[in-house]
Design a protein around this ligand. Structure first.
Ligand code: AMP
Ligand code: MG
Length: 330
């Protein structure tokens, strides 16, 4: 799942003691343990560990690795290895029935959230997985606090839940367009200038609470460049099969780019915790972004110590007896 390490020198700042990978390598001969270790080291460079000092401009939108056309099959292979490992980890998580995993995806339009979700989860048993997309809140949703609709859609134990957007919209789009807040049903006395600071605290506490109750959260910001977004919008306009993905409102929203970047930066600064890390994923290359994402998910799951439940003596005796009954059938 991870390219080959070349030097310890970090091309992208803000990556602490983590290693930078500068070349892709065939990983098909590695053992499961070695692959997981690769995934850990590789994803670490995109994990925000020190939120206080976080500066978005120090994170790249394009891959650290110099990619050529010859790297395509290798990237495909890496994603496939990752998908297989994820399926195996999910199977254990489902059987163990203790932990749940919540993956949160946030990004500007056309950054590749939908495609990443589709490809990364392609090998996962649909029974153990649920995706929820959060749009402009409905009137029912507006009749509740901003965490309510997310709380309702949290994954059960043993399952993976994916949030395509989330409660983070309430410190992003709602912050960029404060008019949304003004027309919400929140009592005016709480619409104070420090509302975002308070929401960050509420979110930190909420995520800590979820973790302590068995939900591991991993958060992805797909960091696409302004230039790449423009290119993808034009593709959506020019390609009839992609027309459905395009909305004129997206172009209007693009006009608020720098406000959004400030809101994202402040959000990551204030909500990067040990319990629920943010990964800033370079998203200008879709295949590379997917490898980063799957590596981070594998890393998070291996840290949970997932194992199939141990079958006790009593259960073994029960299985034996059941086998005998089946064998005795005429
Ligand atoms: P899409 O994901 O492209 O279908 O778009 C969903 C839209 O819903 C985006 O423009 C989001 O910004 C918007 N949205 C999601 N959550 C909220 C919210 N809490 N308040 C206002 N708009 C939201
Ligand atoms: Mg959209």
């Amino acid at each position: 799942m991870a390219p080959k390490k070349k030097s310890a020198k970090s091309k992208s700042p803000g990556k602490g003691e983590s290693e930078t990978f500068t070349k892709l390598e065939d990983l098909s001969k590695l053992s499961e343990k070695e692959l997981n270790e690769r995934a850990r080291k590789f994803s670490k460079q995109y994990c925000v560990t020190d939120g206080d000092k976080f500066q978005l401009r120090k994170y790249r939108t394009d891959p650290d690795v110099d990619l050529g056309p010859e790297d395509k099959p290798l990237m495909k292979q890496m994603l496939q290895l990752g998908v297989e490992e994820l399926a195996s980890l999910q199977d254990k998580m489902y059987a163990q029935d203790k932990w749940s995993l919540l993956l949160i995806f946030q990004a500007m339009d056309a950054a590749g959230k939908d495609g990443a979700i589709k490809h990364v989860m392609s090998g996962v048993n649909p029974q153990g997985c649920q995706v929820t997309a959060f749009k402009v809140p409905s009137s029912e949703e507006l009749d509740h606090d901003y965490l309510w609709r997310c709380q309702k859609n949290l994954p059960e134990r043993g399952r993976i839940g994916i949030f395509n957007r989330s409660y983070y919209e309430d410190v992003l789009v709602v912050r960029v367009h404060e008019s949304i807040l003004q027309v919400s049903k929140l009592p005016e006395k709480f619409m104070t200038p420090d509302i975002w600071k308070k929401r960050f605290k509420e979110i930190r506490n909420y995520e800590k609470y979820l973790y302590r109750n068995g939900t591991k959260i991993v958060k992805f910001f797909l960091n696409v460049s302004n230039k790449e977004q423009k290119k993808r919008f034009i593709e959506r306009i020019d390609n009839p099969e992609k027309n459905w993905k395009f909305s004129t409102a997206d172009v209007k929203e693009r006009g608020y780019w720098s406000d959004y970047m400030k809101a994202y930066e402040d959000m990551i600064r204030n909500t990067s915790t040990r319990e629920a890390s943010w990964y800033v994923v370079p998203a200008d290359n879709k295949s590379y972004a997917r490898i980063v994402i799957i590596s981070a998910i594998i890393n998070a799951m291996t840290e949970l110590g997932l194992e199939y439940p141990v079958v006790g003596k009593e259960k073994i005796a029960e299985l034996k007896a059941a086998r005998q009954i089946l064998m005795d059938e005429k």
